[in-house]
Design a protein around this ligand. Structure first.
Ligand code: GYE
Length: 306
């Protein structure tokens, strides 16, 4: 009998777009959605993309190790979500010397312009200013005291979200931020910090601004356990747009969400392909977003993609 025809040879490895991505970890629902979207996009394009994914478990040193191993492998493009903004010069200089372009995805780093090709991500200061305007609307003419749950200290997303909100307070003198503490973008720490805010300030607190939904979801638990009604006694504004915050809004336990889009797979890989081909890309690619409020949360819920 004739031998079966050999399977179509797969595209030679070196013809594929080989991309390494140094992910931060799994601190939030937002980041899980981002990772899932990157992996989904790569899987859809398995014939043309070879995706190497590293989870740094929240540690910068692990991200640096991952980048070094991507350089050793000779990948075409490196992606990095810098956990904090500083401490990247040495490893990014190595990537540059190896001729490998670097994409900052979802957060940026404080380095010279020639150490990275582009930063793809949201406008965090705009998110912060928007959050402040929304808080002002929720608190009305009377205004009130607000506490702030800050993201990871030194992270672009935390720096910008704090600055935007603080700058915008100039237009809302009736609002006062009485305390700001980091909850590291996690639900558990958000709850812990909110518990301590409630112990210190109790019924004085009229609003909570959280740099992400996970911290707000923790804060909502703390508020309920302290005997207050989140969404009523204490108004909430948080950032990201994960399903759980839409559920909380639909249940009347949260008020406003400023969306930040984690579905960055297409942005990331199409930009990486251009870089491999030697095409020019914008040095800053802003991912747009929207505001969602409790009033429409129940309708919005079935359409949420993350
Ligand atoms: O908002 C937060 C995550 O860097 C934009 O990081 C990202 C932020 C996101 O952990 O939930």
């Amino acid at each position: 009998a004739a031998e079966p025809a050999p399977a179509e040879p797969s595209k030679a490895e070196n013809e594929k777009l080989v991309v390494g991505f140094a992910q931060i970890g799994q601190e939030s629902g937002w980041r899980d959605a981002e990772t899932a979207d990157l992996q989904w996009y790569a899987a859809q394009n398995i014939d043309t993309i070879d995706f190497k994914f590293a989870d740094a478990q929240q540690k910068q040193e692990n991200q640096i190790k991952a980048i070094k191993s991507f350089i050793d492998m000779g990948v075409d493009v490196i992606g990095l979500a810098p956990v904090v903004e500083t401490g990247w010069d040495a490893v990014l200089t190595e990537a540059k010397e190896a001729g490998i372009p670097v994409i900052f995805l979802d957060r940026s780093a404080a380095v010279a312009d020639d150490l990275y090709a582009t930063f793809i991500g949201a406008d965090f200061e705009l998110e912060g200013r928007t959050a402040c305007d929304e808080m002002a609307t929720l608190l009305g003419a009377e205004g009130g005291k607000v506490v702030e749950l800050v993201g990871t200290v030194g992270a672009t997303a935390a720096i910008g979200r704090q600055k935007g909100f603080t700058d915008q307070l100039a237009n809302h003198p009736e609002i006062e931020v009485i305390d700001s503490q980091s909850g590291d973008f996690t639900r558990a720490k958000g709850k812990e910090v909110m518990e301590s805010f409630l112990k210190t300030y109790g019924a004085e607190i009229k609003g909570v601004y959280a740099h992400n939904d996970d911290m707000m979801l923790g804060a909502i638990e703390a508020i309920k356990e302290a005997g207050f009604k989140p969404g009523q006694d204490i108004k909430t504004v948080s950032i990201d747009g994960v399903k759980a915050i839409f559920e909380a809004m639909a249940a009347g336990e949260a008020n406003v969400n400023v969306e930040c889009n984690p579905l960055l797979g297409e942005y990331f890989f199409t930009t990486a392909a251009k870089l491999k081909a030697g095409e020019a890309v914008d040095h800053r690619i802003v991912v747009p977003a929207e505001v969602h409020r409790a009033e429409t949360a129940a309708e919005d819920l079935p359409n949420r993609k993350w």
